[in-house]
Design a protein around this ligand. Structure first.
Ligand code: SF4
Length: 266
């Protein structure tokens, strides 16, 4: 599990920048960047208008968006606004649009469904049971994601093998179970690679990464992690480790946990 452990440095001061904590050049970095760019270019050739980047607005996805925009690739960028995101996360949408002069497509849950769910189960339903948490993810993430991917033949995610044990065998290209290809173009990148790229290309990133939140989802379900904690320890921290996926991405080591898939605020 060492590969899935964050690189937080012992004694790192609160408020230290994520770049300062994590970015460092590692052997093969340039080759991995070139490989990722080649994968994106191949995806454009193979899928044309059926290709989309589903971004969680996390650090990995910001790298991918930068590569897409920097190289002028014809890949639309889309994200989910679950209605429960931090303001720092939402701030990245206009930041991307201004920085790269591209439009970010935003998909939101059906408001009536959210109102009904919250009215019936309360604002804190996700803490009460795994079933209610997954129901919340279903209506705030999975349903709008299905709309986002409607008509797509392939979608690009920022999943990396290092992120967790459940993601340790993420391939570059896989069947998403819905007849589409899921392209995990950063599968081989390390956390140091991600931040080295962000530093080198001055990529905008979520300010919460500077507050010890390496993996950021909805506000009620994300907390900062402590030194030495697992990369995704701040996600659904009250649940069993093996349940820590929201259904956007199929578990690769425990198929029965998540039978659905996808890639947004994962
Ligand atoms: S991450 Fe939390 S708030 Fe967001 S959709 Fe899932 S349960 Fe709901």
């Amino acid at each position: 599990m060492s590969g899935a452990t964050s690189s937080l440095l012992p004694g790192a001061a609160a408020g230290a920048s994520a770049i300062g904590l994590y970015a460092r050049p590692t052997p093969g970095f340039e080759a991995r960047v070139a490989e990722t760019l080649a994968l994106l270019q191949q995806a454009v050739t193979a899928h044309g208008s059926g290709l989309i980047q589903s971004t969680s607005l996390g650090a990995e996805d910001m790298v991918i968006t930068d590569l897409i925009a920097r190289h002028g690739l014809a890949i639309p960028i889309a994200t989910l606004d679950t209605g429960a995101l931090h303001e720092q996360t939402l701030a990245l949408i206009p930041a991307i649009e201004q920085r790269y002069a591209i439009k970010v497509q935003v998909f939101s849950p059906v408001q009536e469904a959210v109102i009904q769910f919250v009215g019936t189960n309360g604002e804190r339903a996700m803490y009460e049971s795994l079933a209610l948490r997954k129901a919340c993810c279903g209506l705030r993430k999975l349903e709008p994601l299905a709309r986002m991917l409607n008509g797509a033949t392939a979608w690009i995610t920022g999943l990396r093998r290092e992120q967790s044990a459940n993601r340790a065998e993420v391939p570059f290209d896989e069947d998403d179970g819905q007849g589409r290809r899921k392209l995990n173009v950063l599968a081989a990148w390390s956390w140091a690679d991600v931040w080295h790229y962000i530093q080198a290309y001055q990529v905008p990133y979520n300010a919460l990464h500077d507050q010890f939140m390496p993996s950021i989802g909805c506000a009620p379900c994300t907390r900062a992690i402590a030194v030495g904690e697992d990369f995704r320890a701040g996600r659904w921290w009250w649940e069993d480790e093996n349940a820590k996926e929201c259904g956007l991405h199929k578990s690769h080591s425990n198929e029965e946990l998540n039978t659905k898939k996808s890639g947004a605020p994962a």
